[in-house]
Write a protein that binds this ligand. Structure first.
Ligand SMILES: C[S@@+](CC[C@H](N)C(=O)[O-])C[C@H]1O[C@@H](n2cnc3c(N)ncnc32)[C@H](O)[C@@H]1O
Length: 249
């Protein structure tokens, strides 16, 4: 199934059950040999707490049921939650009903029209750009550049397939058949090094693609990490993902 805006809307708005509001996605913790709680704390401390203060206006793109929003909401002055799924935004409205400093926006899956220029201190998105293709990520980066204040950052988790093999991405879409299954498996192994697990419905994007889209839209790539921590002990190795830190200079 293609990683289109339409399919993302169908999957996350209608089909998916959200059994633990996103906390069921513990594969990255298991792949880096930590409990989910410890791994999640490391994500929050390294990427969220380090970039958010009580004065910050934060934008989270694609919060789903608010797994990370719940870690941001008490640390910031204002929070925008933008998702293309009306049911996810409705869920967040109920979950965070006691907070008055959150603005909820259902968008078209690639623009941030409802947000003014240069008003955001920090942009966060986890487990969502991994399902977006480059033709959606490009417009988002243009918008992220527009809404960020100068000198402020966006931290984005995204797919990290091996760049030289992206041209073989058509193998994902051979119609269902034994040959189609072999093609999909072969592409998964060569483009992300995953033998046993599925491809996590990752889009056909590499760290190099993310870098060039960011630079094309004026964002400076400060870091692209698969592992972090003193001993590089935490990470997002499953499916070969990366987290990119993008700065508006
Ligand atoms: C796998 S869920 C992740 C949710 C949340 N970030 C988390 O980590 O628990 C993917 C989310 O991305 C949203 N999404 C997918 N494509 C999107 C797009 N193009 N624009 C905005 N939201 C999108 C979906 O509606 C869904 O809420």
């Amino acid at each position: 199934m293609k990683n289109s805006i339409e399919n993302n809307l169908k999957v996350w708005d209608k089909d998916y059950d959200w059994p633990k509001d996103g906390d069921e996605w513990d594969e990255q913790a298991r792949s880096s040999h930590h409990s989910y709680e410890e791994w999640k704390r490391a994500v929050v401390e390294t990427f969220i707490a380090a970039n958010v203060s009580s004065d910050s206006t934060v934008l989270e793109i694609a919060p789903g049921h608010g797994r990370w929003s719940s870690e941001i909401v008490n640390r910031c002055k204002a929070l925008y939650l933008v998702d293309l799924s009306p049911s996810c935004i409705d869920y967040c409205k109920r979950r965070f009903a006691k907070y008055s400093h959150i603005q909820y926006i259902v968008n078209d899956g690639q623009s941030l029209d409802a947000i003014s220029d240069a008003c955001i201190d920090f942009v966060w998105s986890y487990d969502s750009f991994v399902h977006m293709e480059a033709d959606v990520i490009g417009p988002y980066f243009k918008e992220i550049y527009r809404v960020l204040k100068r000198g402020r950052k966006a931290v984005i988790h995204h797919a990290g397939r091996r760049h030289p093999f992206l041209w073989l991405g058509f193998l994902r879409y051979i119609r269902p058949s034994p040959i189609g299954r072999v093609g999909k498996h072969v592409y998964k192994v060569i483009s992300m090094g995953e033998w046993l697990n599925d491809d996590g419905w990752r889009s056909n994007v590499s760290a190099t693609v993310i870098r060039s889209l960011a630079e094309e839209h004026g964002l400076r790539v400060q870091a692209q990490v698969r592992y972090w921590g003193q001993k590089q002990e935490y990470g997002v190795p499953r499916c070969g993902d990366y987290i990119s830190v993008l700065l508006k200079p």
